[in-house]
Design a protein around this ligand. Structure first.
Ligand code: SAM
Ligand code: SF4
Length: 351
């Protein structure tokens, strides 16, 4: 009999935002009156996964805006998780927070429930760009949220920032980096601005050239390395030992359960996708199913591992990319250089 693999990772999606930021494509909507029904559906979804072979080393509650949940709702959610799954004592438990909804009470609730990693969406620490991008908070509010998390004894805090945003200058990016680094986060995710699918021409007149964004990427890499951060994936930087277990499990193609509207799970070579919000509320167990072929898994592996510091096994066909300075060979593996990482989505299909 084929044994099922133990599943170590759980993702929970909270698809609500108070207001949609102009640039964002992530799945969420703003009718907060649906939250109660949504949480009922989420309970049914989580309960339906109780019979799976699970020993969690990572739980990630992302969004949307998970910090829109009240303390009571978080208490109920964590109690359900503790009653439903075996959880490793050292399990990394991350909650994503938006600065405007990150209160002291919320941090205390999360701490009490064993949350040990906080991810705060800064995006920029310049009010001009926060306003332009439709964010609901000021730079001060973002910094305050970070300090509140620290005061509540959270040591493992990530800040998300965006670079290459239309009209963002290198000086503004450097300011965001200065202010972010001065807060001493354990992890920084720096994402290259991607025009949203639903509004491809957003600020297109102020778009940066590839040379300008590469310069910004180099600036980020330099500042991170000067401050002791390990660049372990194209967009992710961590102090040693603070690499995200959640991120690593995604990039290592580990099996994971995704609960919530539009959440994806991959278990034993089968990928399922939950329905979008309105259908999910009625039918939380309705899932689209896809059996992953070995070819698809191989291609995904190349895309995921290729973007990490681990790289992929070196092949003869990598030689021109090594000569061009985009890949470096290390112990039989091809790993991207900074410039190569920047071009990785065009290079990986050729590898
Ligand atoms: C799923 S979002 C949720 C974060 C949280 N709701 C917030 O806004 O603070 C995770 C991150 O994706 C990044 N992101 C979203 N849209 C992006 C875009 N168009 N280009 C680059 N990064 C983006 C942002 O840095 C954001 O913090
Ligand atoms: S960036 Fe965050 S707050 Fe803004 S729309 Fe996307 S998920 Fe919502």
């Amino acid at each position: 009999m084929k044994k099922s693999k133990i599943i170590n990772a759980l993702y929970i999606h909270i698809p609500f935002c108070k207001k949609r930021c102009l640039y964002c494509d992530f799945y969420s909507q703003t009718d907060l009156s649906l939250m109660e029904k949504y949480l009922d559906a989420l309970v049914r979804d989580i309960m339906s996964r109780r019979t799976l072979p699970v020993f969690l080393k990572s739980i990630y509650i992302g969004g949307g805006t998970p910090s829109l949940l009240s303390s009571d709702e978080f208490n109920k959610l964590f109690s359900l998780l503790r009653n439903s799954f075996a959880i490793n004592k050292k399990c990394e438990i991350t909650v994503e927070l938006n600065p405007e909804s990150a209160s002291e009470r919320l941090f205390e609730t999360l701490k009490k429930n064993g949350v040990n990693r906080i991810s705060i969406g800064f995006q920029f620490l310049e009010n001009r760009l926060l306003k332009k991008s439709g964010r609901l908070h000021s730079a001060k509010r973002a910094i305050d949220a970070f300090r509140k998390a620290k005061n509540c004894a959270f040591k493992n805090i990530n800040a998300d920032i965006i670079y290459g945003f239309p009209s963002q200058t290198a000086a503004e990016l450097n300011q965001t980096l200065n202010k972010t680094l001065s807060l001493k986060p354990a992890h920084i995710s720096a994402y290259l601005y991607t025009p949203p699918q639903h509004r491809k021409n957003l600020f297109s007149a102020e778009k940066h050239s590839d040379e300008e964004t590469l310069k910004m990427y180099r600036l980020i890499c330099r500042r991170m390395s000067q401050n002791g951060f390990h660049h372990y994936e194209i967009s992710n930087f961590a102090l040693r030992g603070k690499e995200s277990v959640h991120n690593l499990s995604c990039w290592n193609q580990s099996d994971y359960i995704g609960c919530g509207a539009a959440a994806v799970s991959t278990i034993n070579g089968v990928r399922t996708k939950n329905a979008k919000l309105l259908t999910y509320i009625k039918y939380p167990l309705k899932r689209k199913k896809e059996r992953l072929t070995p070819e698809k898994l191989k291609l995904e592996k190349k895309f995921l591992a290729g973007r990490t510091k681990k790289g992929i096994p070196t092949r003869k066909k990598h030689t021109p990319f090594i000569k061009a300075g985009w890949l470096r060979e290390k112990n039989g593996r091809s790993v991207f250089t900074e410039e190569g990482w920047f071009l990785s989505s065009s290079i990986i299909p050729e590898l």
